[in-house]
Design a protein around this ligand. Structure first.
Ligand SMILES: Cc1cc2nc3c(=O)[nH]c(=O)nc-3n(C[C@H](O)[C@H](O)[C@H](O)COP(=O)(O)OP(=O)(O)OC[C@H]3O[C@@H](n4cnc5c(N)ncnc54)[C@H](O)[C@@H]3O)c2cc1C
Length: 413
């Protein structure tokens, strides 16, 4: 009789590949199952440089900037003292694929349709009706995952962005400068050119004197804003900045579900990456966190699978990525997302004036999702004290509506 595989990992995105390589390095037998395992990743990944240190992305930086700036209508420009990096996506994909191949990870081209569990393992039914067995299954099929049971409540918000890699005749930024968020309207000034008033910001990464990656982004909204509307705003913004496009080399259509229901942590199927709710509910970032957690989850899986109790193995795997503290902080980030969903352009600008006015370690911890629940709550209280009276009123109204769940989040009741 064949020895069953230890792990079937569903997906071939960053989460699946990073976890597969780390698990196989720990001696587990691992197979990836994905419909198009060789498909090129098309996301333009960006991240704070320090968050990539020690992850496979560390050696895959295409460019980095020492002086990211944030523009708000009131404050104008604020330069942040934190380096930001653009990941060379094809290189990261190639590196993770090579790590999988070297560690002996198998790959099957197939789509998982269902998973069932029994005492000795799990059965995956593929879309063609065939079945595959392993002791445990990890769902890393992204935010559209259908194979994980979810907790009740918490409708997601959506980050929507339309981006272009463009060849230009010139641009206004000097070496080391980039725009993390420009919250002025796409036509400039304080007027409302953006019909429904939904705030969006420009994100601009200079990649050379004549090469730019630019993106118009709605940070988070329900329902998502259309890419068409964002493309229109991006055109106006480039015109206002006097940037002339010679050629559009690539386009990015980005929709990221944020802050939806977390998976149930008592199920035998384990989740990872966006499927497991690892996208930051208030920023949409996920890559660095997932890459950093891959070895942590692989350790838990290797430990758990050294015994015979698969329920216990799955439970400790879930606990390794969703510790009680991380779950409580997640509630607070989710509250932050709900606040941002409800703010108009002026209030959003005032919110970020206060946010980036916080001491750097405070906003860094919040954005990296590495703070304890009490530190996260302290950051939010400090932010509340710094914002202007109008924004404070808005936040108080929202806090009153969500007070009970927030208090539960902070005290862990
Ligand atoms: C356009 C875009 C830009 C982004 N930019 C950033 C960024 O700059 N920084 C950042 O930190 N985050 C960013 N994100 C958010 C997040 O990091 C990415 O979505 C990331 O790709 C999520 O990784 P993942 O491996 O969890 O899921 P995915 O990359 O979505 O991979 C899911 C995998 O599962 C496979 N799959 C789907 N269904 C099945 C099935 N039934 N059976 C088997 N396999 C299946 C898919 O084919 C795919 O291989 C971005 C997201 C998008 C969409």
């Amino acid at each position: 009789m064949n020895t069953p595989l230890d792990l079937l990992i569903l997906g071939s995105g960053p989460a699946a590949l990073a976890l597969a390589a780390q698990s196989a390095l720990r001696g587990l037998t691992v197979q990836l199952v994905a419909p198009t395992p060789e498909a090129r990743w098309t996301q333009n990944f960006g991240s704070w440089s320090d968050e990539l240190v020690g992850t496979p992305a560390e050696g895959c930086i295409e460019a980095s900037w020492a002086a990211p700036s944030v523009f708000t209508p009131r404050r104008k420009e604020q330069i942040l003292d934190r380096r930001y990096a653009r990941v060379q996506t094809p290189r990261l994909q190639q590196k993770l694929r090579a790590a999988c191949a070297e560690a002996g990870v198998g790959v099957e081209r197939a789509t998982a349709a269902a998973v069932t569990h029994d005492r000795s393992g799990a059965t995956i039914t593929l879309s063609d009706g065939c079945e595959r067995r392993a002791r445990l299954v990890v769902d890393a099929t992204g935010s559209g995952s259908r194979l994980l049971q979810r907790q009740a409540g918490a409708a997601p918000g959506y980050q929507t962005a339309y981006g272009q890699l463009i060849r230009v005749t010139g641009h206004p930024w000097r070496c080391g400068e980039m725009v993390l968020m420009d919250w002025s309207t796409s036509a400039g000034g304080a007027g409302v050119d953006d019909e429904d008033g939904t705030p969006s910001f420009l994100y601009a990464l200079p990649l050379g004197w004549d090469l730019l990656f630019v993106e118009e982004t709605v940070l988070v909204r329900r329902p998502p804003v259309s890419h068409w509307e964002l493309a229109r705003r991006l055109d106006r913004r480039l015109e206002r900045l006097g940037i002339q496009r010679v050629a559009v080399l690539e386009e990015e259509f980005c929709t990221i579900a944020m802050g939806g229901p977390l998976p149930r942590l008592d199920q035998r199927t384990v989740g990872f990456g966006a499927a497991a709710g690892l996208v930051h509910p208030a920023s949409g970032y996920q890559l660095a966190r997932t890459l950093a957690l891959a070895p942590v989850l692989a350790d838990a899986l290797a430990r758990g699978l050294s015994g015979a109790d698969l329920d216990a193995a799955a439970a400790s795997a879930w606990r390794s990525i969703w510790t009680p503290d991380r779950q409580r902080s997640w509630e607070l980030y989710r509250f932050g997302m709900d606040v941002l969903c409800g703010l108009d352009r002026d209030a959003t600008g005032r919110f970020f004036d206060g946010f980036f006015d916080l001491p750097q370690d405070r906003w860094t911890g919040f954005l990296s999702a590495t703070d304890s629940p009490s530190d996260t709550a302290r950051t939010m209280a400090d932010l509340f004290a710094r914002v202007d009276a109008r924004t404070r009123w808005t936040l108080m109204g929202m806090g009153a509506r969500q007070g009970a769940s927030l208090i539960r989040a902070v005290v862990g009741a």
